[in-house]
Design a protein around this ligand. Structure first.
Ligand code: AMP
Length: 361
């Protein structure tokens, strides 16, 4: 019984760690042998598009999944009908292109930012006339953690923003002066069971997630976000975990993006929920019953970015859980995270303040 995972980053590693208590083995495919995942499970080393290695992964696994949304859909599709892949490739393809992502939100009546496709200077000027300034120009593909995007405040910003695209197809979207950012994470199994977690409140810095709190927001906001998530899961006849990120503006949800995988804003579920997002992803793709998503208290997760504070200092805070991904430090790189869980929101905030002091915030 092996799950094949394309990509052996920290998400893959946490999937593998969630699999062991269930008696579930994992086999990775990644470009490097020096990855967070390769430290905990065997790894086939080569390109994500290497047909021979993908076939070997398929032969040795009962189901194939991925920990990164930019793996090649074409290479996975070439494995043919005999290979079970979850989540479905249609969901993977939609999330790889910001334009198809927006069209998906429109089709499923999920409110999103106003947007226009941009493939030339003239198209950008037309988009600005229609949508207005300020706005955000984003590459359609391979953008994550705020990479490949520029905020346009004046018409004078057009040329610099276009130059930064290096001719890549893009979308222009309205700038949302949001009150806060939230995400919703949930699983659907092939038998049609749903398991949706409490809403996450997310703080970003420089486009990278810094802090998540959960549960977050009103019951009405949670209900609406969960409804949107269910529509996406049903649309794809989905198996696995999926995430949607939203801006919140005057109590309304505006969808920003979706990822067909476990998500950084759900790391708190390892200690803070009855069943973690990683375990529920495995249960969902293996046709096992899904686990409860009930929170065990009020959780906060802090990403450790660029440098790792001394372990002693982090662990001296009562109740702190440290996850060190074993990566080489580099500016802007996610090296690990810490989670605290408390009996009340006020207690969570007290622990979070101590944690942020050690992390250097
Ligand atoms: P993304 O790569 O689309 O997730 O963007 C990264 C972060 O940039 C988001 O979490 C927001 O904080 C910010 N951002 C992206 N798009 C917009 C927008 N249209 N309006 C305001 N802020 C945005």
């Amino acid at each position: 019984m092996t799950v094949g995972i394309v990509g052996a980053g920290q998400l893959g590693r946490m999937l593998a760690l969630a699999g062991y208590p269930l008696g579930q083995d994992v086999l990775f495919l990644d470009r490097s042998a020096d990855t967070p995942g390769a430290r905990v499970a065997p790894t086939l080393c080569g390109e994500f598009t290497d047909r021979r290695l993908l076939r070997e992964l398929a032969r040795r696994s009962e189901v194939i999944t991925f920990d990164w949304e930019n793996v090649s859909v074409e290479s996975l599709a070439a494995l043919g009908r005999g290979t079970r892949i979850a989540p479905p490739l249609a969901a993977l393809a939609a999330s790889q292109d910001r334009l198809s992502e927006k069209r998906l939100f429109d089709r499923l009546r999920i409110p999103t930012t106003r947007y226009a496709a941009v493939d030339s200077r003239a198209a950008l000027l037309r988009a600005i006339r229609r949508i207005g300034l300020p706005g955000v120009l984003k590459t359609r593909r391979m953008g994550y953690d705020g990479k490949g995007q520029a905020v346009l405040r004046r018409l004078d910003d057009v040329d610099a923003a276009l130059a930064a695209l290096h001719g890549q197809p893009a979308i222009y979207e309205e700038f949302v002066p949001f009150d806060c950012e939230v995400s919703v994470i949930g699983a659907r199994s092939r038998r049609g069971e749903f398991a949706i977690y409490p809403l996450n409140g997310n703080e970003h810095r420089d486009g990278i997630l810094r802090v998540t709190r959960s549960p977050f927001g009103t019951a009405a906001l949670q209900r609406r976000a969960a409804g949107h998530l269910r529509r996406v899961l049903e649309h794809f006849d989905y198996a696995g975990v999926l995430n949607i990120e939203f801006f919140v503006r005057r109590g309304r949800l505006v969808a920003n993006e979706t990822a067909p995988r476990v998500h950084n804003s759900g790391h708190w579920t390892i200690e803070g929920a009855e069943t973690s997002q990683f375990e529920n992803h495995l249960r969902a793709i293996l046709d096992l019953p899904l686990g409860s998503t009930a929170p065990r208290g009020h959780s906060a997760m802090v990403n450790l970015i660029g440098t790792l504070p001394p372990r002693e200092a982090l662990l001296s805070i009562p109740g702190v859980h440290l996850h060190d991904y074993g990566k080489t430090p580099r500016a802007g790189r996610k090296l690990g995270h810490c989670t605290v869980v408390a009996g009340s929101a006020a207690g969570r905030e007290r622990l979070l303040r101590r944690l942020l002091k050690v992390v250097g915030d």
